[in-house]
Design a protein. Sequence first.
Length: 318
Amino acid sequence: MITLSIICRNWFVKHRALSIGIFTAITGFAGTINPQIITALIENYSFSFEVRVMALVFVIGAAICALILRDNPVSRGVYPLGGEDVAYVEKAEKEEENNDVKFKENTEFKADIRCHILMLAFILCLGGFNYAAWSHFSLVYMSTGWDAADVANIMSIAGFFLIPGKLLFGVISDRFAAHKTAWIFVGCCLVSMLMTATVSGVHSYVLQIINFLFYGVGGVLATTGISTYAIDMSTRETYKSVVAVYVPFYSIGGMIVSPIIGRFADLSGGDYRPGYFVCAGCCVVGYMLLMLAYRLARKNKQKEIAMETGVMETGTEA
């Protein structure tokens, strides 16, 4: 995911969120069909044959990527999509070391250490209401009397809705800005957490499909969301290091909240539903942290512009 987002960051100026959404949706689709392919190979041939086939697929895929993909479009003699329209593009100036074109991209945000701390806290919460919640869904439903096969079928719905959810995130984030649309996806997760905590024991397929529809749409925050927010909180030069720090904190958040859900289950006699109120709280707190990070980053940018304007005016007067 980190490598994919870095490539999208370099190749796209316009439609960056959509490009990340498309590529992650493709990987998500592959994840839905791979289990069926693997199962068929094992049942019709053998486990060792399946391993050899998958190894061959990986080798061929890696070779194609090595031959076709490039980290930067300049190595192909082209600009990123939309790069030719970015203000202050210095077309003639090249980097001496890597022969890269310098882009001065306009942005309304300038993140400092405080912004990154707030973002990391948000991602920890995201791990709580996404990673930890998903890890316990099967336990929640089975502890309330659902059959294991039914649980698997219902949970697969979330994976299905993740694919259009990633595309939806990309389209509206590019059009309206990622932070301005975050309430939609965090809100979907919040609805899912509250439904799981209150009605997961109700044996209604329609109700549970609605629950996992909301979770599937909101779940895109863990992939497309983190990568897109990292773009806003970084520059072209710092994106790699920023996203490399952001992504692991998602798993850390899940590891922190998972034992809390388990503890609630122990205290309630094996009922995992109360723990999902904690996940709902993570949704609310996480959204507030995300908005604070963006507000602070915008103020930093405004101060920088004001200082540059003041310096220019001083120079003109002199």
